[in-house]
Ligand binder design. Structure first.
Ligand SMILES: Nc1ncnc2c1ncn2[C@@H]1O[C@H](COP(=O)(O)OP(=O)(O)OP(=O)(O)O)[C@@H](O)[C@H]1O
Length: 330
């Protein structure tokens, strides 16, 4: 879908992209990085709206340097900032954008009605956009990116300014853009946690450089940590402590998840040495006459990987920005 080769963008005072080479395939891809990492710059270059200083890139097989207009015909774009006219309705605006994309009047109206319904705007679509909430405005921006039925969409920080519920709804919509319509998505965010749930693939950039590009499952590969939770019983009113002691008696040490934090203590963590650890836990719990509520292998979170990568990485950005990017991901 997208291939960049040593792509650089230098402004007089800042290198926004620094020899970035990355391949992005079909599906939903997250482009993650702290504020100023170069995400918006990359999108504008890929759309042919801003020339690269060096390097080259192809989008849907087309050259960004010479085929920008053809790329924009087949790629939808949801910009980051509020760019909607306040005095017209969502319907008027999206029909206008559909007409600008070359759709004839009837098709533009039909596609607009379908797309606005798909993004969850119903009666409100006839009211002026100026009175909309942030969530509704984000939906209008998404609708105008989809109305001409592109093969690929670039969504720049689509969850910006949304509350947790609005963010979840927007992420669900983004997922459906791909599953329902087969449109591939490149979505930017500085919130790592949300990409973990939404994207098939994640590209991490920092200071305009590529830090990592992998499938979400590779990012969140399983660890050797096993988490177990058991019931209590009349004989063992503290089932967790009984299991901990019994495992210690068999030479296996455990520790409590979130030890020292309020509410901690119900989940025991231990290092799995293989199948036999599972069997041992099952037998110990059964011998005590307790119920096993859960026994699961823990997975990494993207934010852990990103923290490690940036800490070891370019050293280009300040720690505060890094913490901000990771901290919101929770
Ligand atoms: N037109 C411009 N002129 C000068 N510097 C720019 C310009 N556009 C972007 N930059 C700089 O390039 C760097 C990358 O900016 P970019 O907007 O691509 O980052 P971003 O990852 O999208 O972050 P954000 O989410 O905050 O927009 C920043 O340091 C920014 O200040």
């Amino acid at each position: 879908m997208i291939a960049t080769e040593s792509l650089s963008k230098r402004f007089p005072r800042v290198t926004a992209l620094d020899r970035l080479s990355v391949d992005i395939g079909p599906g939903v891809t997250g482009l993650v990085g702290a504020n100023g990492a170069g995400k918006s710059t990359l999108i504008k270059i890929l759309l042919g709206l801003s020339p690269a200083t060096e390097g080259n890139a192809r989008v849907l097989g087309m050259d960004i340097a010479t085929e920008g207009a053809a790329i924009r015909e087949q790629v939808g774009y949801m910009p980051e900032h509020d760019c909607l006219p306040p005095d017209v309705s969502a319907t008027e605006f999206v029909v206008h954008m559909a007409r600008m994309s070359g759709l004839p009047p009837t098709a533009a109206r039909e596609r607009t009605a379908d797309t606005l319904r798909h993004v969850g705007l119903y009666e409100e679509r006839y009211r002026p956009i100026g009175g909309y909430s942030t969530g509704m405005k984000q939906r209008v921006k998404l609708a105008q990116a989809l109305v001409h039925d592109p093969k690929l969409v670039f969504l720049d920080e689509p969850t910006n300014g949304l509350d947790p519920v609005g963010r979840d709804e927007m992420l669900g919509l983004i997922r459906r853009v791909h599953t329902d319509f087969g449109i591939s998505v490149l979505v930017t965010s500085h919130l790592l946690g949300e990409l973990e749930r939404t994207c098939d693939h994640v590209v991490v950039i920092d200071g305009g450089k590529l830090l990592r590009s992998s499938s979400t499952t590779d990012f969140t590969q399983t660890t050797t940590t096993l988490a177990i939770e058991v019931t209590d019983s009349d004989t063992h009113p503290d089932g967790t402590a009984a299991v901990r002691d019994a495992l210690r008696g068999r030479g296996v040490e455990t520790h409590h998840e979130g030890a020292g934090l309020p509410g901690a203590g119900h989940i025991l963590l231990l290092t799995a040495a293989g199948e036999e650890t599972y069997d041992l836990v099952r037998d110990v719990v059964a011998d005590l006459g307790l119920g096993l509520v859960r026994m699961e292998q823990r997975r990494h979170h993207i934010s852990e990987v990103f923290t490690t990568d940036t800490a070891e990485g370019s050293g280009h950005r300040g720690d505060e920005q890094r913490k901000e990017a990771v901290g919101h991901g929770g």
